[in-house]
Design a protein around this ligand. Structure first.
Ligand SMILES: Nc1ncnc2c1ncn2[C@@H]1O[C@H](COP(=O)(O)OP(=O)(O)OP(=O)(O)O)[C@@H](O)[C@H]1O
Length: 263
């Protein structure tokens, strides 16, 4: 695998005549922490679904954790990937408890059935929920949680299988300022942990880029505007091209900010 966790080559996704991804090349290596940024409809969620092996490309090649999509059993591959997204949250069965939602990640399934979990699994789930500030929520039903609580539980679930690749789609969406800052701090802590997996986090806002993230990919209309080291990619010029407006970008105390200029 030579340290490579994810490789997309010329990936095209077409649906109902629309081109969702248009020849995307992207390589993620061990230890890298990526943010994926782009306007609404740019293809960010689609890109993460491809990386999570829940969407197959129309054209191109995708290799995840050394396995090529189309030539591997994705049901064996998926438990090695931690994936949190609104699309996953929507499918959680209505009576599912927080504990069961986290436990079932070991099998990359939603909805507890008759699988067996030993005390090690339960201990790991409890420890992850505690680390994400969710100890009080263990017995609650997932669909009764607030948006911020759901986001934290989903990250615990994504980490449960000790994944080699962690994918978070808009983990800060819908959070208030305090909850967002708490999440950014937790993600920064995770990014700083050398034992943490390679990760890619989708966000709309530069303020949500956690300190310590190393790489950025900018998407627009299904195509890559820029990808690489974060300080080289998050420039006013690149972000302006990505969002189609003149932007000024600033970095202060390892946090990023953007605002429009000349209007
Ligand atoms: N089945 C489909 N058929 C046609 N178009 C689709 C289909 N699914 C998604 N799209 C379109 O593909 C584009 C990319 O969608 P995607 O959800 O990946 O964007 P995104 O960058 O995550 O957007 P947002 O920031 O708004 O969440 C959108 O324009 C969406 O309307």
């Amino acid at each position: 695998m030579s340290g490579e966790v994810l490789r997309l080559e010329g990936v095209v996704i077409r649906r109902e005549g629309a081109v969702l991804l248009d020849g995307v090349d992207w390589t993620v290596s061990e230890g890298e922490r990526w943010v994926v940024i782009g306007p609404n409809g740019a293809g960010k969620t689609t890109l993460l679904q491809v990386a999570a092996t829940t969407l197959y490309p129309t054209e191109g090649r995708v290799a995840v954790l050394g396995e090529t999509l189309g030539q591997t059993d994705v049901f064996e591959l998926r438990p090695r990937i931690g994936f949190a997204s609104a699309a996953v949250a929507e499918k959680v069965p209505s009576g599912e408890t927080v504990m069961d939602l986290v436990l079932t990640a070991s099998y990359a399934i939603l909805g507890r059935w008759q699988e067996e979990y030993d005390s090690t699994d339960v201990g790991r789930a409890v420890a992850l929920l505690e680390a994400l500030g969710c100890t009080e929520l263990v017995r609650r039903r997932f669909n009764t949680l607030s948006e911020g609580e759901r986001k934290r539980v989903q990250i615990a679930r994504a980490l449960m299988p000790d994944p080699e690749l962690l994918l978070l789609d808009e983990p800060a969406a819908g959070l208030d300022l305090g909850a967002r800052e708490e999440l950014v701090t937790r993600l920064a802590r995770l990014a700083a942990d050398p034992a943490a997996p390679a990760m890619a986090v989708v966000t709309h806002h530069l303020e949500e880029v956690p300190p310590g993230f190393t790489h950025a990919l900018l998407l627009r209309k299904g195509g890559v505007v820029a990808a690489g080291r974060i300080e080289e990619v998050l420039t006013g010029e690149n972000l302006g091209a990505c969002f189609g407006i003149p932007l000024q970008v600033e970095r202060f105390n390892d946090r990023w900010y953007a605002r429009s200029v000349g209007r």
